[in-house]
Design a protein around this ligand. Structure first.
Ligand SMILES: Cc1cc2nc3c(=O)[nH]c(=O)nc-3n(C[C@H](O)[C@H](O)[C@H](O)COP(=O)(O)OP(=O)(O)OC[C@H]3O[C@@H](n4cnc5c(N)ncnc54)[C@H](O)[C@@H]3O)c2cc1C
Length: 372
């Protein structure tokens, strides 16, 4: 009898436990293939810290290819572009080969929409993929050797404040000419979280000389310039669009049922509502029982359930339901070894907040890097 085939799209945060246990699938006689555009998966929670210089690229990435190949799986460095659920195959960006599956799990993450970006230019770095932050850092360091540099961050959410604070740190520690940093926050900085968090972030950034512009939206981003709806324009050498994320477009493109944001529509078993052999986790899904925030915390919590359900689906056993759990801890890295911590009504900023985040993030990395 032909071996059953498990196919993973993306080796992101929700597939970590599955990757760690890949050998178990091989030992049970299943073929496993993982598709990912890079040999590494970057931990986004530490991405801004890498930009600021607290972490090296090696500190924040998992060697996905090495882990997969070391555990009896096949790694394909490519991008999945669509899924044909009737034929049970996945199509790739750089090859005509169709990749077949019996069970498919999707952890393809999210991307930053480029709606306001009207020019593709080497000065524009969306905050995802995280690899782009490394290129941005090199650009800032290289221009600032010669002259002062303007850095623009577009968006008023958590990733914007983290980028702004860490560009400041980079400037202080590594730049000959310190950058001028502009954060275009839209209507209001951190408008979707309790006001106290926004106030703490605003104080932290403006105290360090970051220009935080609120009350107007960015209309257009072109090479070297950010134009606002109020008619003003700002020159910028490096621009970070950080306007929130959307789930990977592959599901809508494939005609699979999706949620209002375009994420793969899944039930409480993290299973496609239309195809019992397709699962998903992390930013790329829309969890039908209740919409989830696009935070790594949920992807991490989904790990054991996804692992169980992939195996159960291959073996014909019962599936487990995913419980999103209660409130989660959030800590923003604001650079200069400072952060803002929030859980329930506990909100504070300063060095302790960053130390707690650094401890948790490094522990997470050690746990999964130790499988390399
Ligand atoms: C700057 C920044 C900071 C953040 N900080 C935090 C934080 O501190 N705490 C927190 O909880 N959340 C944080 N988040 C949110 C968090 O990053 C996401 O919720 C988390 O990355 C989701 O994990 P994921 O595995 O679903 O997606 P991703 O981390 O995006 O991983 C997806 C993986 O799939 C691969 N992939 C993508 N497309 C394809 C394709 N077509 N085919 C095959 N493979 C593909 C990618 O290469 C990647 O390896 C932050 C986000 C950003 C942008």
């Amino acid at each position: 009898m032909a071996k059953k085939r498990l196919l993973l799209i993306g080796g992101g945060h929700a597939h970590m436990v599955t990757l760690a246990n890949l050998q178990t699938f091989a030992d049970k006689g299943f073929d496993v293939t993982v598709i990912q555009p890079s040999d590494y998966h970057y931990y986004s929670g530490m991405g801004p810290g890498m930009l600021g210089g607290t972490y090296s690229p090696d500190d924040i990435r998992f060697a996905t290819r090495k882990v997969v190949e070391g555990r009896g799986g096949v790694f394909l460095r490519d991008k999945a572009v669509s899924i044909d659920a009737d034929k049970q195959v996945v199509h790739l960006e750089n090859s005509d080969q169709e990749i077949p599956y019996d069970v498919l799990s999707c952890n393809a993450g999210s991307y930053v929409p480029r709606d306001t970006v009207s020019a593709d230019s080497p000065e524009i770095f969306t905050v995802k993929p995280i690899e782009g932050l490394l290129a941005a850092k090199q650009k800032i360091l290289s221009i600032s050797k010669e002259r002062s540099i303007n850095v623009a961050i577009v968006g008023g959410g958590p990733s914007s404040i983290e980028i702004a604070g860490n560009v400041f740190q980079l400037g202080q520690q590594r730049c000959v000419h310190k950058p001028n940093i502009y954060l275009f926050a839209g209507r209001k900085l951190l408008s979707r979280v309790p006001e106290r968090i926004g106030n703490l972030a605003r104080i932290s950034l403006t105290d360090r000389g970051v220009h935080v512009l609120e009350g107007t939206y960015v209309r257009d981003i072109t090479a070297g310039q950010v134009s606002l709806e109020n008619g003003r324009s700002y020159d910028a050498d490096v621009i970070f669009p950080a306007v929130g994320v959307k789930p990977s477009p592959i599901f809508a493109r494939s005609g699979l049922p999706v949620g209002p944001d375009g994420g793969l529509l899944v039930n409480r078993f993290l299973q496609s509502t239309a195809h019992a052999n397709i699962f998903g986790g992390g930013d790329c899904i829309y969890f039908e029982p209740e919409p989830l925030d696009k935070v790594g915390v949920y992807a991490v919590r989904q790990n054991p359930v996804l692992y169980h359900n992939m195996m159960a689906s291959l073996e014909g056993a019962a599936l487990q339901a995913f419980d999103p759990g209660g409130k989660y801890l959030l800590i923003y890295n604001l650079g200069s070894d400072t952060g803002i911590l929030c859980k329930w009504s506990l909100i504070f900023s300063g060095k302790l907040a960053f130390r707690i985040k650094d401890y948790i993030d490094r522990k997470f990395m050690q746990k999964f890097q130790s499988m390399e």
